[in-house]
Design a protein around this ligand. Structure first.
Ligand code: DAH
Length: 334
C-alpha cells in the first residue's frame, strides 16, 4: 500500500471516529490521538521524509490537506458538542450499575469502640444512662470516697500511675460512681465506660491501659436480685442467650456484700468453661454517706466489668496486644 493510500485511510478512520465522538472527554481523546504532538497525523507527516523525492510534493500536499481537514472537522465537532451542552451528556453512555464497584478504603470504629457502643445500647434498653468521668483523678474519687483505706494494697503507689502527689491516672471506672452521685440526687442509674490505667507488665492478658464499664443503680428498695437479673440479662444480650451466669462471693471495699460474676461458655467440642467478667455488689453504706445519700433510705448495686475480656471472649482473640497494635489486617476483621 502506498503512502498516499495510508494518508487516505487515516483520513477515513479519523473522520469516522470523530463522527462517533459525543462527549467532551472523548473529543479530547480523539484530538490527542490524531492531532496531538505525538498523534497519528504528525507521525504520517514524519514518515514522508523517507519517501522517494518525486513523490514528495503530492504526498506533502495530501498530508497537509489531511491535517487541515481534520482540524476543521475537529473544530466543527467541538462546536456541535458545545451547542448540545447538557443534552450531549445525557446521551453519553450510562453508568453500568451491574459492574462490581470499587469499594473505597474508608476506616471504621475500632472493635473496642464498637463494643462500648453496643454495651451502651444494651444498658440503655434497661434504663441506664451513660456517664463519663476524667481519666486524671484525685485520691478522693479513686480511693477515699470509695471506702478504700490508706492501708489497702490497691493504694500502693507502685500499683498506680501517680502524676504527682494526689493526682493519678484512674485505676478503675468506679470513680465515676462518686462523680455522678456527688452531683445528682437519687435515683441514679448509669453506666460509665472508659479507660483505666495500672502499671501491669504487658502480656497476653494484661496491659497498662484497658477499658472497664461501671454500672450503678441507687434508689429506694434496690436489692441484690436486681443486680443479678440485670447482669444476667446483660450477659445474655451481649454473649447470646445460651450463656449462664454465676455469682461468687468476693470482697471489694465499696460494696457489701460483694461478688464476682462469671459467665459459662459452651464450646463446639462440648466442653464448658467459666470466665470471670468482673466485680459487683451492693453499694457500701459508707460510699452512700460519702456522697451525702441517706443509707437508711437508699440502697444500690454497682458493677465493674472488663471490656477487653468481653471482646476477647466473644471474638476469640487470644492476645490483648492485638487490640492496641493498630494492625489493619487484624482490625478490618471487625
Ligand atoms: N473497680 C473494681 C476493679 O477495678 C471492679 C468493681 C468491683 C466495680 C465491684 C464495682 C463493684 O462497681 O461493685 O477491680
Amino acid at each position: 500500500m502506498s503512502l498516499l493510500d495510508d494518508i487516505k485511510d487515516l483520513r477515513a478512520t479519523a473522520t469516522e471516529a470523530l463522527g462517533k465522538v459525543d462527549i467532551a472527554d472523548t473529543l479530547e481523546a480523539w484530538r490527542i490521538k490524531y492531532l496531538g504532538t505525538k498523534g497519528l497525523v504528525k507521525a504520517a507527516m514524519q514518515s514522508l521524509r523517507n519517501a522517494p523525492r518525486e513523490e514528495k510534493p503530492a504526498l506533502g500536499q495530501a498530508a497537509n490537506q489531511l491535517k487541515v481537514a481534520l482540524t476543521e472537522a475537529f473544530e466543527a465537532q467541538k462546536k456541535k458538542l458545545g451547542s448540545l451542552g447538557s443534552k450531549a451528556k445525557k446521551t453519553a453512555p450510562k453508568l453500568d450499575v451491574t459492574l462490581p464497584g470499587n469499594r473505597p478504603k474508608i476506616g471504621h470504629a475500632h472493635i473496642i469502640s464498637q463494643t462500648v457502643s453496643e454495651i451502651c445500647e444494651i444498658c440503655a434498653r434497661m434504663g441506664f444512662e451513660v456517664a463519663y468521668g476524667p481519666e486524671v483523678e484525685d485520691e478522693l474519687h479513686n480511693f477515699i470516697d470509695l471506702n478504700i483505706p490508706e492501708s489497702h494494697p490497691a493504694r500502693d503507689p507502685l500499683d498506680n500511675f501517680y502524676l504527682y502527689p494526689g493526682a493519678m491516672l484512674r485505676s478503675q471506672t468506679s470513680t465515676v460512681q462518686i462523680r455522678v452521685m456527688e452531683n445528682t440526687e437519687p435515683p441514679v442509674r448509669i453506666i460509665a465506660p472508659g479507660r483505666v490505667y495500672r502499671p501491669d507488665t504487658v502480656d497476653a492478658t494484661h496491659s497498662f491501659m484497658f477499658h472497664q464499664v461501671e454500672g450503678l443503680y441507687v434508689d429506694e428498695g434496690v436489692t441484690m436480685s436486681d443486680l443479678k437479673t440485670t447482669l444476667d440479662q446483660f450477659c445474655k444480650a451481649y454473649f447470646g442467650h445460651e450463656v449462664e451466669t454465676r455469682f461468687r462471693p468476693s470482697f471489694f471495699p465499696f460494696t457489701e456484700p460483694s461478688a464476682e460474676i462469671d459467665v459459662l461458655f459452651h464450646y463446639k467440642d462440648g466442653s464448658t468453661r467459666w470466665i470471670e467478667l468482673g466485680g459487683c455488689g451492693m453499694v457500701d453504706p459508707n460510699v452512700l454517706k460519702a456522697v451525702n445519700y441517706d443509707p437508711e433510705k437508699y440502697t444500690g448495686f454497682a458493677f465493674g466489668l472488663g471490656i477487653e475480656r468481653m471482646v476477647m471472649r466473644r471474638h476469640n482473640i487470644p492476645d490483648i496486644r492485638f487490640l492496641y497494635e493498630s494492625d489493619v489486617r487484624f482490625l478490618h476483621q471487625f
